[in-house]
Design a protein around this ligand. Structure first.
Ligand code: ADP
Ligand code: MG
Length: 445
């Protein structure tokens, strides 16, 4: 759990204690507010808190004496029981698993294998692989650019994973602008610039994500520039990503952008339909969804047709559909997808016409559209007609006189009467409610 998240949970816990009157204001502010959560250890089942003065024993005793009061609060917030240990030593070592993530900060899911290639990203992908294999010195630095959610970060991590697996001795570090800025600021504040420099200059691969956010921060630019030069001179590999071509990043000094241009710049474009579909299929496979099921494939096609190029959004849409299908224990198909992603399909509603509504209603009741438009008054025809009137009013917001025209020039008061009758009936008849929903779904298909 990240420090920030941990702190939020801790604050929430204190708030709960207060709200539930388990401890009073003074107890909370004297005994607990001075403590800062620094680590949640799953292995030990412990929450470590740091106290701001040199008296951890005092606070530890308080924790123990109020443990009954706070035990439940801990459970409510963390979903599990933890014992609490107060320490005045903030430099507690992270757990090993944490350490590994920390060391290179690579996301194991972002690999070349899980990266779907298409005309939009072929070149970027090939260049990344070349860099990971390390056979071309020309590609240094490698600069990957493109819009949000198109796979830049994914490719960068893929390079890192590849190097880690195939050349375990090489030192790889992934960093984004924000982390770099924070680390450098912290190093300056605590006079540990040298450690900072050493850490970065020891690397064989520096993967620097979203470099555009460095722009305009002078002391950062300087350090980046120096790190950059030191690594390049030592023949180490640099990879950058950005939302823009290097020469188009505003506010970055020329001496930096010109170095970007020493290597190679590759772009990623939004994926076209086929690639979007391939990405969805891949995602489905990874989640054990049966993609040999035709209905499921139809649903994936529908999602691919209705999303733009941003892959993050594409994945988001799929995850919502998948989540719903798991909760409802239903297969993924077109109707489920439409239900879950109704917001995505809104523009399509414009294609709904009065004709389509009339046709769907008529076919549902097994009558002819012409009968509905005629003056026939038998219930067999009149009832579907009223439903069609209701649906046209609801779905197309046509006026009563307009609807009158659609039904053989009927008077608008007759239309209004039909509409209101259905509005009333639908409130009390579950059967009618279901009928209308079924027809609506057919109309939207
Ligand atoms: P960016 O860094 O360009 O904003 P990301 O690399 O974070 O985009 O990609 C957004 C999401 O889309 C990630 O979950 C990533 O795994 C996924 N993604 C992007 N491109 C592909 C691809 N070609 N194949 C599979 N997944 C992809
Ligand atoms: Mg990114």
């Amino acid at each position: 759990m990240k420090q920030k998240e941990l702190k939020e949970k801790w604050d929430e816990l204190l708030e709960n204690l207060y709200q539930e009157n388990r401890l009073d204001d003074i107890q909370i502010s004297t005994f607990f507010k001075p403590l800062l959560p620094i680590r949640l250890s799953e292995k030990e089942g412990k929450l470590y808190l740091k106290c701001s003065n040199n008296n951890p024993t005092f606070y530890q005793n308080k924790v123990v004496s109020y443990y009954n009061e706070i035990k439940d609060a801990v459970f409510a917030v963390f979903g599990k029981e933890y014992t609490i240990e107060v320490t005045d030593d903030g430099e507690i070592e992270e757990e090993e698993s944490d350490n590994q993530i920390r060391e290179d900060r690579l996301n194991p899911e972002y690999t070349f294998e899980s990266f779907v290639k298409g005309p939009n990203n072929n070149f970027a992908c090939a260049a990344s692989l070349a860099v990971a294999e390390g056979y071309s010195k020309k590609y240094n630095p490698l600069f990957i650019y493109g819009g949000p959610g198109l796979g830049k970060t994914h490719l960068m991590h893929a390079i890192g994973q590849y190097v880690k697996q195939n050349k375990p001795k090489k030192k790889v570090l992934y960093v984004n602008s924000e982390t770099f800025v924070n680390e450098l600021s912290e190093a300056i504040r605590t006079s540990k610039q040298q450690q900072f420099k050493d850490k970065y200059r020891r690397l064989d691969y520096l993967l620097f994500d979203d470099v555009q956010f460095i722009a305009g921060k002078k002391f950062i630019e300087e350090e980046l520039f120096n790190t950059f030069d030191a690594l390049l001179n030592a023949g180490k590999q640099l990879v950058f990503t950005s939302d823009q071509h290097p020469t188009k990043i505003d506010n970055l000094p020329e001496r930096i952008t010109s170095r970007f241009a020493w290597g190679i710049s590759v772009d990623i474009q939004p994926p076209e339909y086929e690639t979007r579909l391939a990405i969805l299929k891949n995602k489905a496979l990874l989640n054990n969804v049966d993609v040999s099921n035709e209905k499921t494939m139809e649903a994936l096609e529908l999602i691919a047709q209705n999303t733009e190029g941003n892959i993050r959004e594409l994945e988001g849409a799929f995850s919502r559909v998948l989540g719903f299908s798991l909760i409802m224990n239903q297969e993924i198909n077109v109707s489920l997808t439409k239900k879950v992603l109704s917001d995505l399909f809104k523009p399509k509603n414009e294609k709904i016409s009065a004709e389509k509504i009339k046709k769907s209603v008529a076919s549902y009741f097994g009558i002819k559209v012409a009968d509905m438009e005629s003056s026939v008054r038998s219930r067999k025809v009149a009832y579907p007609r009223q439903i069609a009137i209701y649906l046209i009013r609801e779905m197309l917001e046509s006026s009563f006189p307009q609807i009158g025209e659609m039904f053989g020039g009927r008077d608008h008061t007759t239309i209004m009467h039909s509409y209101e009758k259905i509005c009333e009936e639908i409130k009390s008849s579950k059967e009618l409610y279901n009928t209308i929903n079924t027809i609506k779904e057919k109309i939207s298909e």
